[in-house]
Design a protein around this ligand. Sequence first.
Ligand code: HEC
Length: 105
Amino acid sequence: MTPIRCILFALVALALGAPVLAAEDEGHARELINALGCKGCHSLGENGGNLGPSLTGVGSRLVREAIHLQIVNPKRNNPASMMPSYDYLPEADIEALTDYLNSLR
Ligand code: HEC
């Protein structure tokens, strides 16, 4: 992206209230989602399972803290949750997943 387009993109994103995510961070988060099998239970866009709620637009339904909590401690909200905890991941990966999901509006 040229610098001017980058700035315009950031301004549009800010105007819409969506967090700005660098392309490489988004790519890393998408890789994690595929590698960790989140789509076995969740749909995201066109594909994925339906054991859990769709993650499409999840950032407009949940605040960032709730997304983070669900990733590290899903039993906190639902003691019978089928979702595994991903608290074993490096903190940077947990943050990348949280930021990416939070950016989905
Ligand atoms: C074995 C199935 C399963 C897997 C695998 C799974 N989840 Fe979940 N997830 C669920 C279920 C079921 C819920 C509904 C809340 C609950 O019961 O904990 C949920 C809820 C969520 C929510 C809250 C969504 C909402 O709208 O309330 C987020 C965010 C989420 N999961 C992210 C992830 C991510 C990211 C991964 C992969 C790293 C993942 N999940 C893997 C089953 C799963």
